[in-house]
Design a protein around this ligand. Structure first.
Ligand code: ZN
Length: 340
């Protein structure tokens, strides 16, 4: 939506009454969701101007040809024009149903400018104007061009899918062994072999078969086993204490993965921090397997030692420029990451 556009004025007049100090919540929601700071201009990207007679379309400053704005394509001609803020409708006239352009210049055009004018005319003549019919908007995300809540939802879902794609792309760049990254990928997609997933696939049936082997208090799902189980929670708390960070942990996997890098400023730092994330989930999973298959005991300290050692050795082996000693890594991991 454009500031100062007719739509904007109507909406402001209707929902942003000057007699009231607060605009309506409907208006606040709409302006928030349409703002560039919000969802990446998803609304603006999906509306297109439908040119009819050109009454509400700025000739130079709107992208009415769907080829970019003329002011950007032909800045030299724009500066010579005396019709800089004209609507398309005022840039010419009709004679017997035929449209004629009537461009006005500050001075007669010179040779190079006349050459430019030829391509300019080819561009503007690709449009068809409709006498007596008003310009309108069309919503490109729906086949019939009408805005609907469900089509807007689909657009936003598409962005979420794209965002997830970006998240998962980062995963493969983390400098950790490929089997641990594959495990991380399965966790982020909830495709690892937890007891809950085995129950869903009808491999396990009985209630006692699907219980968490670490706390025996809940079904063993990915998010329980790796994040909310008291054992996992203690491991994460000890990890963040080691990193010198106080945080509230998201319960779902993706949020956890993203929040983990909240203290990082660069891509290298993020990848370094994610090495720790992968080593934590991998270490919890390995510990769980040791308990099930080798009858080990639940031991948070042992897991923390392994997390520190694994993350350090992976970074040493796979990250160029990481030359921290194990001792320094154990004492000041956040400082080592900040140096990445
Ligand atoms: Zn548990």
């Amino acid at each position: 939506m454009e500031r100062g556009s007719l739509w904007c004025k109507v909406l402001r007049a209707k929902y942003c009454n000057a007699n009231h100090s607060k605009p309506s919540s409907w208006w606040l929601d709409l302006s928030q969701v349409c703002s560039p700071e919000g969802h990446e201009m998803w609304f603006e990207d999906n509306i297109k101007r439908k040119l009819r007679e050109g009454n509400d379309t700025l000739f130079w400053k709107d992208d009415w040809l769907n080829q970019g704005k003329l002011i950007d394509k032909y800045p030299r001609l724009f500066h010579l024009s005396t019709q800089g803020n004209y609507h398309v409708k005022k840039m010419g006239y009709w004679t017997n149903g035929t449209w004629n352009w009537d461009f006005k210049w500050r001075r007669p055009l010179r040779d190079p400018e006349n050459q430019l004018l030829k391509t300019f005319l080819l561009s503007v003549n690709t449009a068809t104007l409709h006498e007596g019919s008003l310009d309108s908007w069309t919503w490109t995300a729906a086949a019939e061009g009408m805005y609907t809540v469900s089509s807007a939802y689909d657009v936003l879902q598409g962005e979420i899918v794209e965002e997830r794609g970006r998240i998962f792309q980062n995963l493969w760049e983390i400098p950790a062994p490929s089997n641990t990254l594959a495990f991380g990928w399965r966790v982020l997609h909830d495709r690892n072999q937890t007891r809950e997933n085995l129950r869903k696939r009808h491999v396990l049936h009985l209630e006692e078969e699907v219980v968490c082997p670490l706390c025996f208090h809940a079904e063993e799902s990915s998010s329980h086993l790796l994040f909310t189980c008291p054992f996992a929670w203690n491991v994460w708390m000890a990890t963040y204490k080691w990193l010198g960070i106080t945080t509230v942990l998201p319960k779902e996997v993706e949020g956890h993965f993203l929040q983990h890098i909240s203290f990082c400023w660069s891509k290298r730092q993020m990848l370094g921090a994610w090495v720790i994330w992968i080593s934590v989930i991998w270490s919890i999973w390995s510990h769980r397997n040791a308990i099930i298959f080798k009858e080990g005991n639940v031991d948070v300290d042992k897991v923390i030692d392994l997390i520190q050692f694994r993350s350090w050795s992976w970074l040493r082996g796979k990250f160029k420029g990481f030359c921290c000693s194990l001792y320094d890594w154990q004492i000041q991991p956040a400082f080592a990451i900040a140096m990445l």
